[in-house]
Design a protein around this ligand. Structure first.
Ligand code: FE2
Ligand code: FE2
Length: 330
């Protein structure tokens, strides 16, 4: 998920009988599948949880451009370069839609940027890993965008209108991203040299476990899920989505002739699903808390971009003030 650890401000989910009348009416609307819109009354916890989730999601889209941006100048052909450029631009667009959706809940964009730049806001742990070869770009599209789709398709039905609507276009673009990644790998694995195939296997070995971590901690440790589920901000549990991702990805890896780096991975006839090993949750927490291989670099790049753009933002404001002054003088 692009928002892996969202606190929901609720120790436990209250029953409908325990709620005051307007909260009860709000919960009933959600239960009936109605959308909540920005001007509707909503519990403070719902508002704060959504702000956290949508802004984490937005930050992830923006920071997520950095690992791939590294390869725009190194793409192997002009066509691959144009495709990657378009993909990275899409991610900027996703970030901007989502900042807009969060703004409807009463937080300003400056505040969200400040939370990111000061290190108070989180973004997906996956973007703190380095992109060492061109095969990494294929793996990111295939696995990272693939995991994002798995998480984001249900969000199109989330209870908050602006978030749900933003997800519709985002999901369409994510499926293009996933295919472009897989296409890179098909070319390398099925038409490439042994060396290229080895490059892809090496990339898969590095990206597999961090991709599984994108779904967040196991359900047993995921203390904030129940309230988010009741509010329909979240519709599936972390483990459910992780399972779905593994089941869909295994045959795709087989087609490429790759080995998933998990000795416990096996088809379970009884469950009709794959059994698989446990990601290293200590690594997940370390990366989430700022100690992954590229956390400092990523945050440094965002801070520098913000500082470098100051003259431009000031210019726009000066121009806007001049225009307002001009209108007032007429
Ligand atoms: Fe995206
Ligand atoms: Fe994407």
């Amino acid at each position: 998920m692009y928002a892996q650890m969202v606190r929901s401000d609720a120790a436990s989910v209250r029953s409908i009988e325990e709620m005051e009348p307007r909260e009860r009416a709000f919960q009933q609307r959600i239960d009936e599948g109605q959308k909540i819109e920005p001007k509707d009354w909503m519990p403070e916890g719902y508002r704060r949880t959504l702000i956290r989730q949508i802004s984490q999601h937005a930050h992830s889209e923006i920071v997520g451009q950095l690992p791939e941006g590294n390869w725009i100048t190194r793409a192997p052909t002009l066509e691959r370069k144009a495709i990657l450029l378009a993909k990275v631009q899409d991610e900027a667009g996703h970030g901007l839609y989502l900042y807009c959706a969060a703004e409807t809940l009463g937080i300003s964009r400056d505040e969200m940027y400040d939370q990111l730049h000061s290190g108070r806001a989180k973004y997906s742990s996956i973007f703190n890993y380095p992109t060492l070869s061109w095969a990494d770009i294929g793996c990111i599209g295939w696995l990272v965008d693939g995991a994002a789709i798995m998480n984001q398709v249900p969000l199109q039905r989330c209870s908050y209108g602006p978030y749900a609507r933003a997800m519709v276009r985002i999901c369409k673009e994510e499926s293009f991203h996933q295919r472009q990644g897989y296409d890179i790998l098909v070319t390398m694995c099925r038409k490439g040299s042994d060396q290229q195939r080895a490059m892809v296997q090496n990339a898969l070995d590095r990206w597999w476990w961090p991709s599984l971590m994108m779904f967040g901690p196991p359900d047993t440790d995921s203390v904030h899920s129940a309230q988010s589920m009741a509010w329909k901000i979240k519709q599936n549990s972390n483990d459910e989505l992780r399972q779905k991702f593994v089941d869909e990805t295994v045959p795709q890896a087989k087609y490429l002739g790759l080995v998933i780096p998990d000795p416990e991975l096996a088809w379970n006839e009884e469950r009709g699903a794959h059994d698989f090993g446990e990601p290293d949750w200590n690594e997940f927490l370390a990366v989430l808390n700022g100690n992954g291989p590229c956390n400092r670099e990523r945050l440094g790049a965002r801070r520098a971009a913000w500082a470098d753009g100051a003259w431009y933002r000031e210019g726009l404001m000066a121009h806007a003030h001049k225009r307002v002054a001009g209108v007032a003088a007429e």
